[in-house]
Design a protein around this ligand. Structure first.
Ligand SMILES: C[S@@+](CC[C@H](N)C(=O)[O-])C[C@H]1O[C@@H](n2cnc3c(N)ncnc32)[C@H](O)[C@@H]1O
Length: 360
């Protein structure tokens, strides 16, 4: 049994023909009424997945300190647009702002903009950030220009990807069509499509995945940084160099699912190609570095010790467990990568100090 949105998509395909995976993913996540991010609260124990800011307050606190330090490095402009892409429940930003209350002039300079399409999550953000009068937007395009501090955690992985398979006749885009019984199924486009024509040569059987939406957004961020100055911090799971293969995956109720299963009720995400984002941005890029290394350099272990000193024994255990989850190489420490983009290539920002050769 598919979902209501699955039936709607199948009906549309029956009328107009197969659609690229990117079109399917955009509908499955963003359909105005039935899309995954429009209808439910997907984050947390009761949802499909959890994220670093939901695991521990330390994550948002340290990112807040990073942003405040970059604001100072920019010459403390006022106003500065503080933008979060996909703020989820608003936890990261709330922790970041609480941790930076004492930074002289920072909060007075902030003009907070949240880019999110989810109605239920916007309500959670409103509750978490009421003191900071945020403005919400559907797209970064709608945020006013000016000096910028931007943060995005687990946002780019939700942007639609296209997939391709190399056949003896050349690259063919993978599409979502219909099986004889009317259910959704994957099939290759019969001929060359525009994006397939632009892919580099590869052996028959090779797979490729590209995220045009991510590249376009990175190009917009880069243009804003060049024009108004500032910094962007992008945290996500993915790879440092563009590589062949596909990564799109589906999760429902903390378990793997088929990518066509119950659209709108299943999370879809893909590994982020950080090299493609940095190239599209066209500004100074630092990293990506592993989330574990980044948070350690920002002092997460000292912050954990402070929290534990004030904690009851069971709370201290929770701090240790969160620390391990955020830092351990077999958990989020290595798979999650951190990329900084900025208008100033003279010195690496905090967290990237050990990797000056990463600067482009
Ligand atoms: C995986 S959640 C991450 C939430 C949060 N950053 C965190 O770390 O907990 C993705 C967020 O991006 C939003 N989102 C997903 N696709 C979007 C899109 N195309 N445009 C705007 N927001 C989107 C979702 O509503 C959600 O808030």
């Amino acid at each position: 049994m598919t979902s209501e949105l699955g039936r709607l998509i199948a009906h549309r395909i029956a009328l107009t023909g197969p659609i690229p995976i990117a079109g399917f993913m955009a509908e499955a996540l963003g359909h105005p009424r039935l899309g995954y991010y429009r209808r439910a609260l997907p984050l947390g124990a009761a949802g499909d997945f959890t994220t670093a800011p939901e695991i521990s307050q330390m994550f948002g606190e340290l990112l807040g300190a990073w942003l405040a330090e970059r604001w100072r490095a920019m010459g403390a402009p006022s106003p500065v647009r503080l933008v979060e892409l996909g703020p989820g429940r608003g936890t990261l930003m709330a922790d970041a702002l609480r941790a930076t209350r004492a930074v002289a002039g920072f909060h007075a300079a902030l003009d907070l903009h949240l880019v999110d399409t989810s109605g239920p999550l916007r309500m959670a953000q409103r509750a978490a950030l009421a003191d900071f009068s945020p403005t919400w937007h559907e797209r970064l395009d709608d945020v006013p220009t000016g000096p910028l501090l931007l943060v995005a955690n687990e946002f780019f992985d939700a942007l639609p990807v296209r997939q391709f398979h190399k056949t003896a006749e050349g690259w063919r885009e993978r599409m979502v069509g219909l099986a004889p019984d009317g259910t959704l199924r994957l099939a290759l486009a019969p001929g060359l499509t525009p994006f397939a024509a632009a892919l580099p040569d590869a052996p028959v059987g090779a797979e490729a995945e590209i995220c045009e939406a991510g590249r376009a957004l990175a190009a917009d961020i880069g243009a804003r940084l060049r024009q108004g100055g500032g910094w962007a911090l992008i945290v996500d799971y993915g790879h440092d160099h563009s590589s062949p293969g596909t990564s799109l995956q589906a999760v429902r109720g903390h378990r793997g699912a088929g990518i066509l299963d119950r659209p709108g009720e299943t999370d879809l995400s893909a590994h982020v190609d950080f090299a493609a984002l940095a190239a599209a941005a066209g500004v100074a890029a630092f990293g990506p570095v592993g989330q574990g290394d980044f948070l350690r350099r920002l002092g997460i272990e000292a912050r954990a010790r402070t929290l534990k000193q004030r904690a009851r024994p069971e709370q201290a255990g929770a701090v240790d467990a969160a620390l391990a989850r955020l830092l351990a190489p077999d958990q989020m420490g290595t798979l999650f990568r951190v990329l900084a983009l900025g208008d100033d290539r003279s010195a690496p920002p905090a967290g990237f100090l050990d990797t000056p050769s990463d600067a482009t």
